[in-house]
Every structure is written in C-alpha cells, then in structure tokens.
Design a binder for this molecule. Structure first.
Ligand code: NAD
Length: 421
C-alpha cells in the first residue's frame, strides 16, 4: 500500500482507518505524539478567547491529506482544511497525473508587499510628488525604524512609488511603500510602517493623510507553478482537446472565469486555512489580480506540448506567512506546517500555487469529460442521507441506492429510510 516512507504516492490511503492514516503521516513527517493528540481535540477555549472577541466556542472543519504531490522534485503530503467534499481527492488525482512528468515546478518572487498612503488636499501635486521622491531614503529609514526584527532578517521597506489619482472632484497622491516581509504575511508589519509615515508625508506635501493601509493586491509577490499532465492518463488527445475547449471559455468570459477561479481557490483556501493564514487576503488578491488587464479572467492557462500532453500554468499573488498571525499560535496550523516541512514563506507559496493548479486541472478535466456531479455524487448522497435522518448503519445503504437510481434528493432519501423501517 505504501511505496516508501518519503514518497507522497500512497495508494489506497482513503481506504484506511483514521488511525492508520495518521500513522503514515507520522512516518512521513516530523510530528510527535503530542501533535497527534492535539490534532484530535478542539483547540482550547482559553486560546480561542485570545484570538477574537466575544468567544463562545470553536468551529471544527475536517483536515484531509492530499497525496501524490511532487513540487520542485520533493514529495509533499499536503494538509487541507475544508468542508467541501471531493476537494482533497481531486487534488490528489491531479497530482498523480502531474507526477508522471516530474510534478510541479514553481517560480516565486521576493516577498514584497505594498502599503498605501493616501494624501489629500495637496495644492501643488507635482511639487509634492517630487518632494516625496527626493526624500525616499529618509522615508525608508522612518519605515524601517518600526521593525528592527524584519530589517535584521534582510527584509524591511525597500522602495517607494508615487501615484497621482483623481476622483470626479478631487486629485490625490497615493504613495506605495514596498516592503520585503520575509517569512511573514506582512499586514501588521506594513500597516505599522505606513502609519508611522503619516507625519513625514504631511510635512513633505502640505496635505493631509486619510488612508494608510496594506494593499491586498500583492502583485509584487507572485507565485507561478507549471505542470505537464499526461496525455495517456487523461484518456488521449480527444480529452485534451475537450479540456482546452472548456478552458477557453474561462479565458474570455468573466461568468465562467469566476467559477473557474473558485475551483482554484477550493484548493488554495484549504491549505491557507490549514496553515493558519488569512484566506480573505489571498482571495482578495487573487481575484483583483485576475482582473488586472481590465477584464476578469482565468488565473491559469493551458496549452499542448509537442508530445500532445497538457501543460498547465498558474500565476497569482500569494501573501502568506509561516511566522506571525494566527498560524503561529493555532496548534493545528503548527501541526499542518510540520507535515508540510517548510522553512520559509516561499516554500509555502510553492505548495499553494501547485495545489491551486492541481485543483483547477481536476475540476476542468471532470467538467470537460464526465461532468462534475459524478465525482461529487457519492459524498453528496451521503450528506443528503444524513440530512434525511439516516444513522451510521443506514447511511451507505441509502446513499448507494440513491446514486444507483440517479435520484439524489432529500424526499427520496426519506422514502428509502421509511421503507427500511
Ligand atoms: P505579525 O505582525 O504577527 O508578524 C510579523 C512580524 O514577525 C514581523 O513584523 C517581524 O517583526 C516578526 N518576524 C519574526 N521572524 C520573522 C521572519 N522570519 N520573517 C518575517 N517577520 C518575522 O504578522 P504579519 O504577517 O505582519 O500580519 C499578518 C496578520 O495581519 C494576519 O493575521 C492577518 O489576518 C492580519 N491583517 C490583515 C490585513 C489585510 O490583509 N488587509 C489587515 C490587517 C491585519
């Protein structure tokens, strides 16, 4: 069943008991018995109480492990926290097809985030803009004085950009502070810096500051991943052509692109949540980036190589951290990062981009061949059976019958349950 302890190609994982699966993950990663006991129980209410306000409990969602991933030559087991059925299985299947041609190859930019400072009421905008550019070094010094740790690690404020924008009744200067946030997501780090710059900006421009906040359109912090999906495994050239036809709609139509990109985020968000990162930040950045050319479009692109295999590529902003934020205090996020065996935010970005591509490939492949419902149906049928009141023993019987009949509906589940009584 298991190829070797460090291979992520583990067949039949889904057939094992939870205990057996944990044992395999334990052999693969550097996790302790204490980690495992933390995994099995909800986080302490006292910890939750320090994370947000007005706490009354915690909300559990499942963590599953995606198999088969090879990323830049290294095998990874990938923890995914999601409530949606089929996501983990689909990512694993896609990764299995991609590993035939070496898996996922990635390219990650420096971890540069943008902080915005909005300056209003400036009488002479060109003069004020020049004054800011002239004082760049002084501005960077003030920003860097806010985060000695980051600067000590080789990060910190690196550059500024000055933009002049106008609404129907007002012109304004918007200064972008470019900050290398190293292994952090960086929102707090950047926000502290831009807030500290308000007085110097007012002094230089003779205007007043309104907003001073991070931009989630992290278009200087880009992750790219690429993989070749095997022609034979995909059932031959006709399926690749069908795939490319399906993909073409996402490349030209925002109505399709929104759903296409949602499929990407099914995978990405699951890793973001599992590692305690900010999924709203990633979502905002991804969708804004998808619209960067003026029309909302696909975050992936596909083509055929000279052998007729499918080549998939993804490009999106990935503002994630392995230090700071909730990921540093949530025991399950710490556990999931251990499984991933990552030492930098860059490595986490490599995984996230690869999972996004795998998830998208799996969805488009299913859609362009058998349709999405087939894969979803058995788990969906179990959910419907459960909602209709089936107990543990009745669940599979009711679900199987509904799938067989091609009639997965609550009223039918209730009828079957009734007939079993
Ligand atoms: P943070 O402030 O908790 O941690 C970052 C700090 O850790 C750095 O400033 C640095 O001083 C220190 N550090 C230690 N080792 C480091 C290393 N190797 N690399 C980088 N920094 C290191 O977290 P953060 O990443 O600045 O902020 C993330 C949090 O901000 C998230 O919880 C997010 O939800 C929240 N947030 C997001 C937004 C937004 O997205 N618009 C706005 C506000 C807050």
């Amino acid at each position: 069943m298991v190829a070797n302890e460090k291979s992520s190609k583990i067949s039949g994982f889904y057939k094992l008991s939870i205990e057996q699966r944990i044992e395999i993950v334990k052999k693969f990663s550097d996790i302790s018995d204490e980690d495992i006991s933390n995994l099995k129980k909800p986080i302490d209410l006292s910890l939750a109480d320090t994370m947000i306000e007005n706490v009354i409990g915690t909300f559990e969602i499942p963590i599953g492990i995606a198999m088969n991933f090879t990323i830049n030559g290294e095998d990874k087991l990938i923890p995914m926290a999601t409530e949606e059925s089929s996501v983990v299985a689909a990512a694993s299947n896609a990764a299995k097809i991609a590993r035939i041609h070496g898996g996922f190859k990635t390219e990650i930019s420096d971890p540069l985030m943008i902080g915005q400072i909005q300056i209003l009421g400036v009488k002479d905008i060109p003069k004020a803009a020049s004054a800011i550019i002239e004082k760049k070094q002084e501005i960077l010094k003030v920003a860097n004085a806010q985060d000695k740790i980051l600067v000590g690690l080789g990060g910190g404020a690196k550059d500024i950009e000055v933009r002049i924008l106008e609404t129907s009744n007002q012109e304004m200067i918007v200064v972008h502070l470019i900050v290398d946030v190293r292994d952090a997501m960086g929102a707090n780090a950047v926000n502290t810096m831009v807030e500290a710059l308000a007085p110097i900006m007012e002094e230089l421009t003779d205007g007043y500051i309104r907003l001073k906040i991070l931009s989630n359109l992290a278009d200087k912090r880009i992750a790219k991943a690429k993989a070749v999906f095997d022609k034979e495994q995909m059932g031959g050239e006709k399926n690749i052509d069908a795939f490319l036809e399906s993909y073409s709609l996402a490349s030209i139509d925002p109505y399709r692109a929104a759903t296409h990109n949602k499929g990407i985020m099914n995978g990405i968000d699951a890793v973001i949540v599992a590692t305690g990162n900010d999924f709203r930040a990633i979502e905002a950045g991804a969708h804004a980036y998808a619209a960067r050319k003026g029309q909302y479009s696909s975050l992936t692109k596909y083509s055929k190589d000279e052998s007729g295999n499918l080549v998939g590529e993804i490009e999106l902003p990935v503002a994630v951290g392995i230090v700071g934020g909730a990921g540093s205090i949530h025991p399950k996020a710490k556990f999931c990062k251990k499984i991933l065996n990552i030492q930098s935010a860059k490595q986490l970005s490599e995984i996230i981009a690869s999972v996004g591509l795998a998830q998208n490939f799996a969805a488009v492949f299913a859609l362009s061949t058998v349709g999405i419902q087939k894969g979803h149906m058995s788990l969906h049928a179990r959910n419907i059976a459960m909602m209709a009141g089936a107990n543990k023993d009745e669940l599979d019987i009711v679900a199987e019958k509904m799938v067989k009949e091609g009639n997965v509906r609550m009223d039918r589940a209730k009828e079957i349950l009734e007939s079993m009584k």
